[in-house]
Design a protein around this ligand. Structure first.
Ligand code: ADP
Length: 367
């Protein structure tokens, strides 16, 4: 369909329009009622990758694909009805170079003439596409990681569970042996003691590992619980250690929270248990409190124990990270478990401490 020179002249009548048209950095295209171009400025020719004479008289659909894959004729009808349109499109260039444009169009800006302004947004779209691809990759990697993690936890649980029975046999036979050997060679008795001690340690390790691998599942067991009741449970479980250390455990009024009761009790038990284990020469004084914050409660378990050097504050929450040798019993799993429990509840855990200044373990639980 030939384009009409008269239409173009009408559009260019104004000198200001002509100057803007020629020098604009954005592409300007003018189409007639038949969806054929009747004018194109240099920036539009550059974007489409063709000289003017290969654009004028040609239809819109020869050069652009709308991003939503909407057929041009339907989009055009909507444009005519609504009087304006904006969106993004992919430019079809003869050299095969991919270009994207953002456009704004006005129908009948002069009778029978329709104006579109186009801006090259190729960089933006390519960055967005690259980011989308990266995000998809990340999501897939995260999913894979979560799966491997779940499998690993399941494996740890199965190993822990299956090792407990043979370990119980070793413990009972070692004890039997010890009874039979009553009065026998002191050295043999000593060896048996080592076996029993080794079995006891291994059992503690398996218990901790089982607790750690089980701490992953709690979503369906979260409910409103009274933190002071849970704290009492933990204190009850630690009663003999508390009495032995002549320790005093006190607390402020504690709130009700949405949490897994068993895991919260385990959390308090580990923190108070550590406060007893890492005590200084003074009788242990342990105080539990909770302060409200924005959308969360911050709990703290403060002790007057040996304290922790600041450069170890993060490290101690890692798996198997201990600051003590085998002379102090422990597996290095206690604080890792605390961290896991708190993070599963959507909270954070940290310690404020210095050597010989006691420690204050803090954790948050969303309100
Ligand atoms: P462990 O089985 O060794 O007690 P944890 O994960 O519970 O393992 O703790 C990691 C390390 O953090 C401990 O080995 C100890 O050195 C240090 N720690 C934990 N709690 C306290 C505390 N209340 N006071 C001083 N040190 C502590």
């Amino acid at each position: 369909m030939p384009f009409s020179g008269a239409e173009t002249r009408t559009a260019r009548d104004s000198g200001l329009f002509a100057a803007l048209f020629e020098h604009a950095l954005d592409g300007v295209l003018i189409a007639n009622d038949d969806r054929k171009y009747v004018d194109a400025n240099p920036a539009a020719c550059d974007l489409i990758g063709r000289p003017r004479d290969q654009i004028l008289g040609h239809g819109i659909e020869e050069f652009f694909d709308l991003e939503q894959d909407e057929p041009v004729p339907e989009a055009w009808d909507a444009f005519q009805r609504e009087g304006a349109q904006f969106g993004t499109c992919r430019v079809r260039r003869p050299d095969g170079i991919v270009r994207y444009a953002g456009f704004r169009a006005r129908a009948n800006f002069l009778p029978g003439l329709h104006l579109s302004i186009l801006r090259d947004i190729t960089d933006k779209i390519e960055t967005r596409n690259a980011l989308d691809a990266k995000n998809r990759e990340l999501e897939a990697a995260n999913l894979q990681l979560a799966r491997s993690n779940a499998e690993l936890m399941h494996f740890a649980y199965a190993v822990g569970h299956d090792l407990k029975a043979p370990l119980r046999s070793v413990a009972s036979f070692a004890q039997l042996l010890s009874k039979r050997l009553d009065g026998a060679d002191g050295e043999i008795q000593e060896f048996v003691t080592y076996i029993v001690d080794g079995v006891r340690r291994m059992n503690t390790f398996l218990e901790d590992m089982l607790a750690y691998s089980q701490a992953a599942h709690h979503a369906d067991t979260v409910r409103r619980i009274a933190a002071d009741v849970v704290l009492q449970w933990a204190v009850m479980n630690l009663r003999s250690a508390i009495d032995q250390a002549v320790a005093e455990v006190t607390h402020d009024p504690l709130p009700e929270i949405m949490a897994d009761q068993g895991h919260m009790a385990q959390l308090f038990q580990n923190l108070i248990g550590n406060a007893l284990k890492y005590r200084s020469a003074a009788p242990p004084r342990i105080h539990v409190s909770a302060t409200p914050g924005e959308g969360e409660w911050t709990f703290s378990v403060q002790d007057n124990g040996i304290g922790i050097a600041p450069d170890q504050h993060e490290r101690i929450f890692g798996l198997f990270k201990r600051l003590h040798g085998p002379d102090v019993p422990g597996t290095g799993l206690g604080l890792a478990l605390c961290k896991r429990i708190v993070e599963n509840h959507g909270g954070r855990i940290w310690v404020e401490s210095a050597v010989d200044r006691g420690s204050k373990f803090c954790f948050t639980i969303p309100a």
